[in-house]
Ligand binder design. Structure first.
Ligand code: ZN
Length: 461
């Protein structure tokens, strides 16, 4: 009795602290900390330091120096490529994660947090990159170390690439490696960011796997006028012209195009949504939605983004003096095009919506976006491993509304699956924003999931 009490008292202060992970989980967490605490922000952050830190860990774990290479196309823009050699029966598996992050300022974050320190608080890891994308980077390196320690002999090489400038900057690591060192990263297929699980009320709900992504293209809208003194106004006015044009753009709805991925995605969603919305989603998945049902689904922004190309005004400027008629008014409209959508069609639709008094011009051309086959054997393996971790939680193929390096790999002929096994609370968007975080439990489960998945895929399952 007394011993039990003593044990309880001893246990109390420990229980109040976060549990210290052991073994493999601790390695993954330590790598995660090391990566988050190296500032890799464009332009002055140091990707090379992060790549070298992970290289050092692999060398310490016994990897041969010829299988661990840091390539640095420009100062501070280093990339790590590391390889666990297989028997060569099958072509390699590439595990891709970017190590650069979006800028974050400590004063914008909540008290007690620092974007460039990994802080564990209330069951979460906080820090810039905890989600995007240093969790996967740390997990992949830890997995490589673990597989080697287990003496695992894969049927294919497992290649980990940690790359620079995914978020911005002119030295995108994936583009550079594909162009200059293709043999280093060449693979039968790849795993990358872009997928995640969704929690509802803290419970796993769906497990999303990204198999395609939309194309990014912005347009400039510009209205011009000779100008004059503001004390003698004219009826026509560049700011009014632009405002009218933007009202037209606000009402523009591009046509819904329901491709295979959207169909498969909606077929799964129909089972987990409820009521009218579920019926409407099922009708879209089956290709028999009427106008009312299409409107019902389109009313949900996240579903609307899957259904059609979207365009939205994101920047505005106009006029040069308070007491002058504006000579110029400009806006930027950012569009996310469905794979296969014709950019000229979008331009024509925008021009039509904006009217004749405003000129619409595309800012460059979008990067093409192939889709990965969501019916492939790799997808079946993802489903099987996911089921072993989260029984009954459906794996749902996704098209990302945002852009990742996955499209670069797909365009280069390497089918890419955005799959992480990291689960986030429904509706929580902190990526690129303040107080970025990932639940400790999710990190631990994601570590185990990706390890099992990599092992299965590398064994040719
Ligand atoms: Zn990212």
């Amino acid at each position: 009795m007394r011993r039990a009490l003593a044990a309880l008292l001893l246990a109390l202060p420990v229980a109040a602290q976060p549990a210290e992970p052991s073994g493999h989980d601790r390695l993954a967490r330590d790598l995660y900390r090391e990566l988050v605490e190296i500032r890799t922000v464009h332009p002055d952050g140091d990707n090379t330091a992060a790549a070298r830190a992970m290289a050092r860990r692999l060398l310490e774990a016994g990897f041969d120096a010829k299988d661990v290479e840091v390539v640095e196309p420009a100062p501070r823009k280093g990339n790590l490529v590391a390889r666990l050699r297989g028997t060569g029966e099958l072509r390699p598996l590439l595990l891709l994660a970017h190590i650069d992050v979006v800028e974050a300022k400590a004063e914008d974050w909540s008290d007690g947090l620092d974007p460039f320190r990994l802080i564990e608080k209330d069951g979460y890891y906080y820090g810039r990159g905890t989600l995007d994308d240093k969790a996967m980077a740390a997990i992949f390196v830890a997995s490589l170390v673990r597989l080697r320690a287990e003496g695992f002999r894969p049927k294919r090489d497992i290649v980990v690439a940690l790359t620079a400038d995914e978020e911005g900057g002119t030295h995108n690591g994936v583009a550079w490696l594909l162009r200059h060192r293709r043999e280093l990263v060449d693979a039968e297929f790849a795993l990358n960011e872009g997928g995640a699980g969704t929690l509802r009320d803290g419970k796993p709900w769906i497990h999303g796997v990204q198999v395609g992504e939309k194309m990014y293209l912005s347009f400039d809208l510009e209205a011009t006028h000779p100008g004059g003194h503001s004390s003698v106004p004219t009826r026509d006015n560049a700011i009014y012209d632009l405002a009218a044009a933007l009202s037209g753009v606000a009402r523009l709805e591009l046509p819904a195009r329901v491709g295979y991925v959207t169909r498969a995605h909606f077929a799964r969603l129909a089972n987990i949504e409820s009521g009218e919305l579920a019926e409407a989603i099922a009708a879209v998945a089956a290709g028999r939605a009427d106008d009312a049902q299409l409107r019902r689904v389109s009313a949900e922004p996240r579903y609307n983004a899957q259904l059609r190309t979207t365009c939205v005004a994101t920047k505005l400027e106009g006029g040069h003096a308070e007491n002058a008629l504006p000579q110029r008014a400009k806006a930027v409209v950012n569009c996310r095009l469905l794979p296969g959508e014709d950019p000229d069609f979008v331009l024509r639709e925008l021009q039509r919506a904006a009217g004749e008094r405003v000129r619409v011009k595309a800012r460059g051309a979008p990067r093409a976006s192939e889709a990965t086959d969501a019916r492939s054997p790799v997808m079946r393996t993802i489903e099987r491993v996911s089921e072993s971790m989260w029984p009954g939680v459906p794996v749902v193929p996704l098209m990302s509304a945002g852009a990742t390096d996955g499209s670069r790999l797909r365009n280069a002929g390497i089918p890419t699956y955005g799959v992480s096994g990291l689960f986030l609370e429904h509706g929580e968007v902190r990526i690129h924003g303040r107080d970025e975080r990932l639940a400790v439990k999710s990190f631990v489960e994601g570590t185990e999931f990706l390890h099992r998945l990599v092992k299965a895929l590398a064994a040719g399952e």
